[in-house]
Ligand binder design. Structure first.
Ligand SMILES: Cc1cc2nc3c(=O)[nH]c(=O)nc-3n(C[C@H](O)[C@H](O)[C@H](O)COP(=O)(O)O)c2cc1C
Length: 311
């Protein structure tokens, strides 16, 4: 299917967030209004070698669509081989990570380091497009540093190399996650290409997503940190003010985690998500401590029952 048709149906995209956007959280965000989701970033080498820790990141379910599988790597040949391994039954598009600022990734020339090497980036996109059985999108930043806002040129390069859409996070590599996202760069990218553009950076509410679309003309809006502890960010009514209003989503998250994740192995991850739902509530720090103290999933579930009774 044409990538634009996914966005026309629902322009809200859950960002890839390593350590967070597993199958349970993606399904939850879809239930609260997200249209498109992307997996956590997946190493092309891990995929090629069939590493167990990598393959779990591909876990999905029929309701988890449209889905993008995000790949990272710096070698066109390996990226192409990894792309060929993604079955259209598993995903609707492949997203290439050219925005990650983490040293572990950039040291090897992947993630946002590719913004310093557009020639290699083009070779990677070309290789992935050639091998993939589905559309390919590219996610990147404003540029490497403030003196070189290269995103519009980079987007043109991606379009020429065959990308079906691009996502731009309005921060440079040197900014990391500090400062604020520059939506003017998203607007400039939109004006530079004719493929769909997804804007990303600092969306904390549904209303912010409308503002970003109006200000930049972007076709879709990707939400990352704003969804943590707040999957209601995808709906106009936003996060309920009370614990009782939030409880159904907390319980649902736990239910989805039990059903779809190796939950005991991911206990810390689940507790981390649940604790975030309590932001701004009276007694939140005590409740957070209780959640963190739970030694297994059954204890966590029982604690949720007591919270539910009190809510
Ligand atoms: C904890 C965390 C993990 C992330 N993991 C990824 C990732 O795997 N792939 C990726 O392209 N970006 C990743 N990002 C970047 C986000 O997708 C997004 O571009 C960035 O957070 C800006 O959007 P936001 O302001 O809505 O959070 C991550 C960000 C955070 C905070």
């Amino acid at each position: 299917m044409h990538f634009q048709s996914f966005l026309s149906k629902n322009p809200l995209v859950l960002a890839p967030l390593a350590g967070y956007t597993d199958l349970a959280f993606r399904l939850l965000c879809r239930e609260t209004g997200a249209g498109i989701c992307v997996t956590e970033m997946i190493s092309c080498h891990g995929l090629i070698y069939g590493q167990k820790n990598t393959l779990v990141l591909l876990n999905s379910a029929p309701e988890d669509r449209p889905l993008g599988v995000q790949l990272f790597g710096a070698d066109p040949e390996a990226m192409g081989r990894a792309a060929a391994l993604i079955n259209p039954k598993q995903a609707d598009f492949i997203d290439i990570n050219m925005g990650c600022p983490v040293r572990k990734v950039t040291r090897k020339g992947a993630g946002s380091a590719l913004m310093k090497n557009p020639k290699l980036a083009a070779e990677i996109i070309t290789a992935v497009v050639r091998q993939a059985a589905m559309p390919v999108t590219v996610k990147f930043r404003s540029g490497w540093t403030q003196d070189a806002i290269t995103a519009p040129d980079f987007a043109r390069m991606a379009e020429q190399a065959g990308a079906a859409a691009v996502t731009v996070h309005g921060r440079t590599w040197s900014q990391g996650f500090s400062g604020s996202a520059d939506w003017n760069v998203i607007k400039a990218v939109k004006q530079a290409v004719s493929i769909p553009v997804i804007g990303n950076g600092d969306i904390l509410s549904y209303q912010d997503s409308i503002a970003m679309r109006n200000e930049t003309g972007c076709d879709g809006v990707m939400i990352g940190r704003g969804s943590l502890g707040n999957p209601w960010v995808f709906s106009p009514s936003g996060r309920p003010a009370t614990l009782s209003g939030r409880m159904p989503v907390l319980r649902r998250h736990l239910e989805l985690a039990r059903e779809y994740l190796p939950a005991e192995k991911m206990l810390f991850r689940i507790k981390n998500h649940l604790a975030r739902y309590l932001a701004g509530l009276p007694g939140a720090s005590r409740m957070r401590q209780d959640i963190m103290a739970a030694s297994d999933l059954t204890t966590l579930w029982e604690y949720m029952e007591t919270l539910q009774a009190k809510a």
